[in-house]
Design a protein around this ligand. Structure first.
Ligand code: 13P
Length: 250
């Protein structure tokens, strides 16, 4: 993984045929990207996405995985299964999973463990709710999420982890964190990682911002010293908008 990474999180959008069409539209637009480019697609779109991206500079991510390799877990998908089909990365701990599907800091940590054991790269999402920001505990919340998720992750394994700072109040709301707010929390995450490991590991870590990042505000956010990329929801569903964000990551 390079330092700058722009990843799309398509969430629960696009059929396999629509995924192929969007990736085919995207391919020429990002072919000369100077950052890493990833599309995070629904499970059922993974075969289509892997086929459409073969031989290109676009990586493919899943949006979740279970921590066990196999077993009686109806409806779940293991990291080993993703790895076996050629998926490179998995998004874990997204706030939508924490809010709607019961993911906790502890189960996110288990998923991170399972994904790293299977050989996947991880995009670990952290971020505070609006009430937490208003109560002045953003730093504590994000540091705790980071520390628990990285518990047991070695310095060598950390090289396969990206952290995405996604303030929940900025996701899908059109309310972007200001570039200064984004940078402040990304810097805090980096300091937390420095405390867990060391300065070099923290410096090498890719920290993304996510939350209403779009073609208009990406350059400002990505210019911040501690913002090394983006995790993009809505704007990742439009090839042209996504490619503008990719071009802004230099
Ligand atoms: P939006 O870009 O739609 O706000 O979503 C951000 C996000 O949740 C990416 O994971």
């Amino acid at each position: 993984m390079g330092k700058y990474v722009i990843a799309g999180n398509w969430k629960m959008n696009k059929t396999p045929a629509e995924a192929t069409a969007l990736i085919n539209e995207l391919k020429p637009l990002v072919a000369n990207a100077s950052c890493d480019v990833i599309v995070g697609v629904p499970f059922v779109d993974l075969p289509a996405a892997l086929e459409a991206t073969a031989g290109t500079n676009i990586g493919v991510a899943a949006q979740n995985c279970h921590w066990k390799e196999s077993g009686a877990y109806t409806g779940e998908i293991s990291a080993a299964m993703l790895k076996a089909m050629g998926v490179g990365t998995v998004i874990l701990g997204h706030s939508e999973r924490r809010t709607y599907f019961g993911d906790t800091n502890e189960t996110v940590a288990q998923r991170v463990r399972g994904a790293l054991d299977a050989g996947l790269n991880v995009i670990l999402c952290v971020g505070e709710y609006l009430e937490q920001r208003e109560q002045g505990v953003t730093g504590e919340v994000v540091a705790m999420q980071t520390k628990i998720a990285l518990g047991g992750v070695s310095e060598e394994e950390l090289k396969r982890v990206i952290i995405a700072y996604e303030p929940v109040w900025a996701i899908g709301t059109g309310k972007t964190a200001t570039a200064e707010q984004a940078n402040e929390v990304c810097a805090l995450i980096r300091a937390t990682v420095a405390g867990l490991y060391n300065d070099a590991a923290a410096k090498a870590l890719t920290i993304q911002y996510g939350g209403s990042m779009n073609a208009g505000n990406a350059a400002d956010l990505l210019a911040q010293p501690d913002v090394d990329g983006g995790l993009i929801g809505g704007a990742a569903l439009k090839a042209n908008d996504f490619s503008i964000i990719v071009a802004a990551a230099k």
